[in-house]
Ligand binder design. Structure first.
Ligand code: PAF
Length: 281
């Protein structure tokens, strides 16, 4: 696996591949890799000739400095995992490389960027758009791969690509889960033993709520999920919204949408976990 740290070296490496007509796939990450990331790499390898993965813990998308400091970093292990998954190129830039000067761009994604994560993590999606647009420009990939755990992030990135008219196809890949249902996330590494035992209740409760649709109202399903999780001492729901999966507009009635998705953020101790579930109505 080729490891490059600068945009110039990345472009040089990719120029040779592109000259030979190779299709380039891209997996942007913030490292602390787990099976979920590796499944993105596998999707990428199946659909492209070259897989580029980036590892960069992007400071501009953290609205909470403590969260940035506590974000897990496991560079040596990440490298070994990517190599054994068959990734061709790791792009691991420094902060100075990605932000030689402060990025003052302000994006407006309308409602898609304002609800849920946008409301509770102000500035988060602006930071995501800043770094992802820079990475897309550096890689010039044909396709880029994102996990559906970050459901709203995918919608925001699709909107960014549309607004900036970028020639990259965004591919959404299914959430990978632990055996007990917990959605795989780098943040899971920060859970204590006791928190790790309680965290699967999030996915289990979402799954159970599938049985109530469409007999119970949207409000009843919302209340069920929130009350069930909040009744567990270690868990505290920040939001649970049932939205139209295309527009991310909250729905009040199952008949309002053909694509209802429940999106949740829950604090498990100090660790903020997100998950989502697609309902069928
Ligand atoms: O999903 C992530 O890991 C990050 O938000 C991303 C897309 C790599 C941008 O920093």
């Amino acid at each position: 696996m080729e490891i490059v740290n600068s945009v110039k070296d990345l472009k040089n490496y990719l120029a040779k591949e592109k000259l030979h007509g190779q299709r380039i796939g891209f997996v942007p990450t913030m490292g602390a890799l787990h099976e979920g990331h590796l499944s993105l790499v596998r999707h990428c390898l199946a659909e492209n000739d070259i897989c580029v993965t980036s590892i960069f813990v992007n400071p501009t998308q953290f609205n909470d400095k403590n969260d940035l400091d506590a974000y897990p970093r496991t560079p040596e292990k990440d490298c070994l995992l990517l190599e054994s998954a068959g990734c061709h190129c790791l792009f691991a830039p420094s902060g100075e490389e990605m932000y030689p000067e402060p990025d003052t761009r302000v994006f407006d994604f309308g409602l898609i960027g304002k609800v849920m994560e946008g409301r509770y993590r102000p500035g988060h999606f602006n930071g995501v758009a800043q770094i992802v647009s820079k990475l897309f420009e550096a890689v010039g990939a044909d396709r880029a791969y994102f996990g559906e755990k970050d459901f709203q992030q995918i919608a925001v990135i699709r909107e960014m690509v549309r607004q900036m008219d970028m020639p990259v196809q965004i591919v959404a890949c299914p959430i990978l889960r632990e055996a007990d249902g917990l959605a795989m996330s780098s943040r899971n590494q920060r859970l204590t033993g006791e928190q790790r035992q309680k965290a699967p209740l999030i996915a289990q409760t979402l799954k159970e709520s599938l049985n109530f649709v469409p007999d119970k109202t949207v409000q009843e399903v919302r209340d069920f999920v929130v009350h069930r999780l909040n009744s567990e001492a270690l868990l505290s729901v920040e939001y649970f919204e049932i939205v139209d999966g295309y527009t991310l507009m909250p729905v009040d009635n199952w008949r309002e949408t053909t694509y209802p998705v429940g999106c949740i953020a829950v604090f498990c101790g100090k660790v903020r976990l997100i998950d989502n579930i697609m309902y069928k109505n």
